[in-house]
Design a protein around this ligand. Sequence first.
Ligand SMILES: *[C@@H]1O[C@H](CO)[C@@H](O)[C@H](O)[C@H]1NC(C)=O
Ligand SMILES: *[C@@H]1O[C@H](CO)[C@@H](O)[C@H](O)[C@H]1NC(C)=O
Ligand SMILES: *[C@@H]1O[C@H](CO)[C@@H](O)[C@H](O)[C@H]1NC(C)=O
Ligand SMILES: *[C@@H]1O[C@H](CO)[C@@H](O)[C@H](O)[C@H]1NC(C)=O
Ligand SMILES: *[C@@H]1O[C@H](CO)[C@@H](O)[C@H](O)[C@H]1NC(C)=O
Length: 684
Amino acid sequence: FQSSDDEDDVYGGGWCADSEEKEHWFQLDAHREVEYTGVITQGRHSETNDDFVSSYFVAFSNDSRDWTVLHDGYAEWLFYGNVDKDTPVKAEFSHPVVARYIRILPQSWNGSLCLRLEVLACPLPNSYPNENDVTPNDDLDYRHHNYKEMRQMMKVINEECPNITRIYNIGKSSQGLKMYAMEISDNPGEHETGEPEFRYTAGLHGNEVLGRELLLLLMQFLCKEYNDDNPRVRRLVDGVRIHLVPSLNPDGYELAYEMGSEMGNWALGHWTEEGYDIFQNFPDLNSILWGAEDRGWVPRIVPNHHIPIPENFLNGSTKAIIAWMERTPFVLGANLQGGEKIVTYPFDMQRPPRASSMDGRGVRQNEGALRETADESMFRWLAMTYAHSHLTLTETYRSSCHTDDITGGQGIINHASWKPVVGSMNDFSYLHTNCFEISIFLGCDKFPHESELAQEWENNREALLAFIEQVHRGIKGVVRDTENNIIANATISVEGIRHDVKTASTGDYWRLLNPGEYRVTARAEGYSPQTRLCMVGYEAGATSCSFTLTKSNWARIRQIMAQSGRKPRVLPKTVVQSPVNAGADNKGPSTVPLTKRQWCARQYKQAVKRMRCMRTTTMATSTSTTTTTPLPTTTTQLITQTSDSWYDLWFGQDSPPTAVPDEAEIQESEPTQDYYLAYRIDDF
Ligand SMILES: *[C@@H]1O[C@H](CO)[C@@H](O)[C@H](O)[C@H]1NC(C)=O
Ligand SMILES: *[C@@H]1O[C@H](CO)[C@@H](O)[C@H](O)[C@H]1NC(C)=O
Ligand SMILES: *[C@@H]1O[C@H](CO)[C@@H](O)[C@H](O)[C@H]1NC(C)=O
Ligand SMILES: *[C@@H]1O[C@H](CO)[C@@H](O)[C@H](O)[C@H]1NC(C)=O
Ligand SMILES: *[C@@H]1O[C@H](CO)[C@@H](O)[C@H](O)[C@H]1NC(C)=O
């Protein structure tokens, strides 16, 4: 039970006694006779208060009227409770007590009378099964696995399913433990063109252990069911390359595991050895994007996707995780966390409010829009898929971690509007790679007891599978040139969604989209862009939407030039031979009306002016391509000349047009200090 932000919420962070009452107790009804063996108490979870019970009696009853207080042989047994609000303290009875009800009778406390409690009890031998007892449907290993046991378990699965599994590791923790990954696919070890890649990660916080066990159970399940010819699992394994990483913070897990389910606490094992919270230790690319957006630099100067990582970002295991995220063309993923029962989607970082909304120029964007990604509706769908396929996640009226349900019964929420964080894995994944990633918080208890694992598997099984299946929603395809060569690193843009994706090194791409009709454009360096109309239906499976790009004119010219020993014979001779007229005045020669390009060519010896030429001409070029009118038919070639600009011929290819800032725009936006930027663009 977690603290509440509401000061007046007496139920926030624990059970608290009514201060009007004189007699206090906390009572639990097991609904049948059980053997009680002990209790574990903890203070109230609170940022501000130090509330805990320091001593108490324990009483038992079979009917809740006659109570027997536990004796230690001489007198009523006074148990010493907590000395702070966080550390759990266990009290074990000298012998098991058979009863239906148990009461805690607090005798002394610090602050207000509040506590959190865990009761240890066992069903009586020969008792009838309780409705809460689960008989698992799947014959799997429902136990907690420490590092060695996890490795062993993965090895066994690999031996049982050698044809569809492969174990590899992402890197090492500072204690030298490996971050193991299990790949499950019909062709493990290789990316197949057209087959999307999916990832589940868990254990980013070592003490949130349920995700780890669920992923180990999922591995077992997929392996078994594949061998048993379960058609759904066959389809999944044959159609997706699935990567399961049960423990991204193995050091932290070992700490929490040693304490165990009952005695572990909220913090132990949460961070890495060096003190990093892995989930929020990624580079903050949001600030770069938002700052550039406010200056009108997106997408021409700063891209709306694949934003580069700032230099000298070095953070132990995060670095290894980033390398893994970059290496594999993931399309969809989720990280499994704990301590909450909720699914969150990015952005995870809160966009700072614009100053301009207060200076009389009117509110340009509402609060909510400030944290939305360009793919808000897709992210909501993805989060919904998990939350609503889960057996209990949307039942927020029972077993919620808070007194109030912040999700309106939906089980999902935008992370930034709930608990904003900077540098989260989800934001980073969205802004630096193609992969859409969400966070799944599996439950209030970070370390559920082993006996609960079977039920948790039942709760999550369908959701885990259904979420993987979402990787097939949207469009996919391959980008090739006219000679059927694949084009890697091509950009795929969807009109109306300001977030592009790129083709993998194998030329294939996936774009997650909700059902609808989309105008999709493929662009690549040296090629003319192509736009197609692509439909996404409601049926399962991504729509195929491939592109064949033709070399742009200037790429062809360069090719011809290369073949003919770089003789610039395609250029009009007059321009090359008569640079005499290219004087200092900007008007150019009056006799022959030269085009802007020709005029620029004459300036080629004057470095400064040459730069100006480049910039202004780049602007002219890129503007002409971005403002194309709507296309009536499905497959249409857009304007021929884009990414390859004429000046490449003289100035080389080192500076792509997008890298050259437009002067006019910079001058316009820089003095406009209407938005507080905590960084400058040169910082990155
Ligand atoms: C409850 O009933 C059981 C017998 O069914 C008895 O052994 C036990 O002592 C009773 N407990 C209390 C607290 O009276
Ligand atoms: C007991 O509570 C008071 C406030 O009510 C607080 O100042 C004090 O630090 C608490 N004692 C301990 C040991 O936490
Ligand atoms: C693995 O694949 C081979 C060849 O397709 C097959 O003969 C073998 O039975 C498969 N092994 C398992 C465990 O499925
Ligand atoms: C880790 O990353 C943070 C930014 O998230 C950075 O400020 C810090 O210097 C990095 N630590 C190391 C050791 O590089
Ligand atoms: C991909 O294209 C971008 C420009 O769009 C370029 O900066 C980057 O170096 C390219 N990457 C590869 C691997 O070619």
